[in-house]
Design a protein. Structure first.
Length: 400
């Protein structure tokens, strides 16, 4: 049985901006936990006894949110990758630490016990998944059950892609020592895999990577299915709770509030009176959803306020955001088509018919402002009273 795990979590997560401006991608909240904690739980369920996490210079954030593993009854050690020069270089940071077999996970992929169990049966293994379009990932060529070629983001159409989940042995470090940079100028783990006879396992259930904010929203939908009902906070008379709803210690749910799970409510959150919460919604610590406000299928990050007469649907609201009275976020096109967002002058299809907005940390909106579908507002921005925000705005924007 493989007893060691490695998580590669040093990536900057630029496509996740503005949510990743102040918090590394793998620490963003999903269904009541930092995303990486769900990976830790999968490793723990697979009887792993020690985990190494390769992170960037923000390792203090990891130590604060994840700790040394004591709360999971497992040992966690952090290793800093000073410069993000590729996945192979990240792996090399632990070459003096790991001996024997180990699981290796990209820090932005969903993984479960079933996948790790299948990999454990291989000497060297890599999980692959079939997708409709390989162009965003790179195509994996397989012969007789082994990887023979990984083509980075050149092919199109249906095919197999690398799921970013491996079983390895410390012998791989010998091959890594002599490798050269890829065409992208990075030390790529995939270059070594082609030459080291990695056996593939095919997975298909619930896999995804959280490269973008809409991926994060989908990951939240997936993991919210595992939320179990428990009330630790204060629920006043006149509150209606249906489905699976977790209410943390110190949270207050005021009279007249109606909650339809799956919903997760963090410590110190204040909900109501007369609020409506539904559909795979996470309300992080110290959030507020006030009178006549509705939140549906969204992530409201720590300290954010949706205080009165607001609608937030299929959206992610960053830390310490404050929505003015009457601010509404649209989440459905009039033609009910899939929603696209603007990134670097290009339109990118989210693949979602319902998708609201992404607000970075510390955004404030004035009363009766409106935010259109597929809008991204950078951190520290303001939206004036009665204004309409539509499109993508950089950090510090003034929409007046």
């Amino acid at each position: 049985m493989t007893k060691q795990g490695l998580i590669l979590a040093a990536g900057l997560g630029k496509r996740m901006a503005p949510l990743s401006n102040n918090l590394v991608k793998s620490l963003l909240p999903v269904a009541g936990k930092p995303f990486i904690e769900w990976q830790i739980m999968a490793l723990l369920e697979s009887e792993v006894e020690k985990i190494w996490i390769v992170c960037g210079k923000n390792n203090d954030d990891f130590k604060e949110k994840i700790g040394n593993g004591e709360k999971y009854d497992i040992e966690i050690e952090y290793v800093v990758q000073e410069k993000q020069t590729g996945t192979a270089d990240a792996l090399l940071q632990v070459r003096e630490k790991i001996v024997g077999d180990f699981y290796c996970l990209n820090g932005d992929v969903i993984v479960n016990k079933k996948t790790l169990k299948l990999l454990n049966e291989k000497e060297r293994g890599m999980a692959v998944v079939e997708v409709d379009d390989v162009s965003a990932y790179g195509c994996v060529k397989v012969e007789n059950g082994f990887v023979v070629k990984i083509i980075e983001k050149e092919n199109t159409g249906r095919g197999m892609i690398n799921a970013g989940i491996y079983k390895m042995n410390s012998k791989i470090f010998e091959a890594l020592n002599d490798m050269k940079k890829s065409k992208r100028g990075e030390y790529e783990l995939t270059t070594i895999i082609e030459n080291e006879r990695f056996e593939v396992i095919e997975i298909d259930e619930s896999w995804m990577d959280i490269g973008t904010p809409w991926n994060l929203l989908e990951a939240n939908e997936i993991y919210m299915k595992s939320v179990e009902s428990e009330i630790k906070g204060d629920v006043e008379d006149g509150v209606t709770i249906k489905g699976d709803v977790f209410v943390s210690k110190g949270a207050v749910i005021k009279s007249g509030t109606y909650i339809e799970g799956s919903v997760w409510i963090g410590e110190g959150a204040v909900i109501g009176p007369n609020a409506y919460i539904r559909g795979a919604t996470m309300l992080d610590a110290r959030t507020k959803v006030g009178a006549a406000s509705e939140v549906k299928n969204s992530i409201i990050m720590e300290g954010a306020k949706v205080p009165h007469h607001n609608y937030v649907g299929d959206s992610i609201i960053g830390r310490n955001v404050n929505l003015g009275s009457g601010t509404k976020i649209a989440n459905l096109r009039l033609d009910k088509g899939e929603i696209a967002v603007e990134r670097d002058g290009e339109k990118i299809n989210t693949g979602r018919r319902k998708f609201g907005a992404i607000l970075g940390d510390n955004v404030s909106t004035g009363i009766n402002s409106s935010i259109n579908v597929g809008t991204i507002i950078g951190s520290d921005s303001i939206v004036g009273a009665g204004k309409i925000a539509s499109g993508t705005y950089p950090d510090g924007s003034k929409i007046l």
